[in-house]
Design a protein around this ligand. Structure first.
Ligand code: NAD
Ligand code: MG
Length: 391
């Protein structure tokens, strides 16, 4: 029996994870579930999966949840300390890190420090903490398995013995595929006016609103380039972004002998989730088998860095290193939130990020405290830029 904690159980990844777990009650037991505000949805999941613990964001939410769980033996808590506890508890083996954004850093890091099997969806946590996170994984014997579909595909396309050394494994390039999002073909001069709902309408995936906007700006791919750098020990020059609008090939690894290995499948996050849960075994995920003859064509293009300036900003931040990626991430989170609340336009997102990166000096990412301090400075600077743009 594998015991699981799900951080962010009410989100899109959280729901897909619960869907896979429900198919295998003989293999998995839920130890703890967390959510931020969606108390009713968390209560439903608690009634179905009967975890020992549930964690929400605020005392008020905890009170409402406790009322909804009356009669069940479930300990209800709130706040970051409680999230870190359920992520590191001796009563859990595996942690699904599926909180969105920097809010997931502390509990995800706690799970690595406790030597858990960490299923990483929360890419922002790794982008922020990079080397520090990878060190925590290594020093504490944690197992890190990527849930992001591209990184899961790359992981599956690398040799089982891969030790974060592309050269030693004969890896020539990591080919990170990208759908290009909803605005791949839209006239660039109309992007200024797109609405949050248009930006969240992804052609192939149904996801949370933050990552959906990131997909529309292609910052999502930028964050994934940085994520791939840390997960696979690959320098920026080895990571190539390939636009593939059908999202059937989830990413590829090309080798020095000319071989290219890929992982394919229908675009459904239950596949990488089931892969990581059962690794190295395979279990049913509920995803239908891919029918290649049913497909018109698979297309591939080079990305247009002028249409998608966020992708260029992310490559730059990776090359600069240190706390530059945490500045990028924090400015992006604030800008995306402001866009979703209709405070700024779509094209203002990359303007805010570029200004913050220019204005806030970056430094070495020597400790988590240094990273969090940079995150706070970047957020403050981003709010300043947004206030000016609105004024
Ligand atoms: P979502 O918005 O649907 O869900 C986010 C979850 O995090 C919810 O359970 C929410 O309650 C919780 N949460 C939000 N703010 C929080 C806070 N301040 N403190 C604690 N918990 C908080 O997001 P999602 O689409 O499921 O994405 C989750 C993560 O997985 C993101 O990092 C995203 O980039 C990554 N990811 C998602 C997909 C996808 O298909 N949805 C694919 C790859 C990677
Ligand atoms: Mg992805």
């Amino acid at each position: 029996m594998q015991r699981i904690t799900i951080l962010g159980a009410t989100g899109s990844i959280g729901a897909s994870t619960l869907d896979v777990l429900a198919r295998h009650p003989d293999r998995y037991r839920v130890h703890a579930l967390s959510a931020h505000g969606r108390v009713e949805e968390l209560a439903d999941a608690c009634h179905r999966f009967k975890p020992a613990r549930a964690v929400v964001g605020t005392p008020d939410a905890a009170e409402r949840l406790a009322a909804l769980l009356e009669g069940l033996d479930i300990q209800v808590d709130h706040g970051e300390q409680a999230l870190c506890e359920i992520a590191s508890s001796s009563e859990t083996d595996t942690v699904m890190a599926a909180i969105v954004g920097a809010a997931g850093l502390a509990p995800t890091l706690a799970s690595a420090r406790a030597g858990k099997k960490v299923l990483l969806a929360n890419k922002e946590a790794l982008v922020m903490s990079g080397q520090l996170f990878m060190d925590a994984v290594r020093e504490n014997g944690a197992t890190l398995l990527p849930i992001d579909s591209e990184h899961n595909a790359i992981f599956q396309s690398l040799p089982a013995t891969y030790a974060r050394d592309p050269q030693a494994a004969g890896v020539a390039r990591i080919l990170l595929t990208a759908s290009g999002g909803p605005f791949l073909k839209r006239a660039v001069d109309t992007l200024e006016a797109v609405t949050p709902d248009e930006a969240c309408k992804h052609p192939n995936w149904v996801m949370g609103r933050k990552i959906s906007v990131d997909s529309a700006t292609m910052m999502n791919k930028g964050l994934e380039v940085i994520e791939a750098h840390w997960l696979f020990g690959a320098p920026a020059e080895l990571i190539e972004v390939v636009i593939h609008p059908q999202s059937v090939i989830h990413s590829m690894v090309s080798y020095t002998d000319g071989s290219v290995l890929a992982q394919l499948g229908n675009p459904d996050m239950r596949t990488p989730i089931a892969h990581a849960l059962a690794f190295p075994e395979r279990i049913a995920s509920g995803v239908s088998q891919l029918d290649l003859t049913d497909m018109a064509a698979l297309q591939f293009y080079k990305p247009d860095f002028e249409r998608f300036p966020c992708l260029a900003l992310a490559f730059d931040a990776l090359r600069v290193g240190g706390t530059a990626p945490s500045l990028l991430n924090a400015a992006n989170e604030v800008a995306v939130q402001a866009f979703l609340e209709c405070e700024i336009g779509f094209r203002d997102i990359d303007r805010v990020i570029a200004e913050v990166i220019d204005a806030v000096p970056h430094g070495p990412a020597s400790s988590i405290e240094a990273v969090l301090a940079q995150d706070a400075r970047a957020r403050e600077a981003a709010h300043g830029v947004i206030a000016r743009l609105r004024g």
